[in-house]
Design a protein. Structure first.
Length: 108
């Protein structure tokens, strides 16, 4: 598993370091801590979550709702094995469709 520092995560997601740390403090992500240098280290999964968080914040979805979406995704992910990957992808597509409808409603 490749671990990435906050500077690289910020570059990859377009989020500021401050925003990333805020989302961590809100419990939306849980980066690992490197015991040697006490730096935060992020996984590819953290980057995926941060990209989703950033997109949802752009359309003014509140943090509490984002937390709910992430909890659903985390629970679904834990349930599915590699064989059930298509089902998991279907669950993500369903959430995307719901969000698309919300975006359309907000944009008029």
């Amino acid at each position: 598993m490749l671990l990435i520092n906050i500077k690289v995560v910020s570059e990859k997601t377009g989020l500021t370091k401050r925003a990333i740390k805020y989302y961590e403090s809100e419990g939306l992500i849980s980066p690992l801590k490197n015991n040697d240098n006490n730096y935060r280290e992020y996984t590819d999964n953290d980057i995926v979550k941060l990209n989703l968080i950033g997109a949802l914040r752009i359309i003014d979805i509140p943090i509490c709702e984002i937390k709910s979406y992430l909890e659903i995704l985390n629970e679904d992910y834990k349930k599915y094995t590699e064989i059930d990957k298509e089902i998991y992808i279907g669950a993500i597509d369903e959430i995307k469709n719901e969000l698309s409808e919300e975006i359309k409603d907000k944009l008029g």
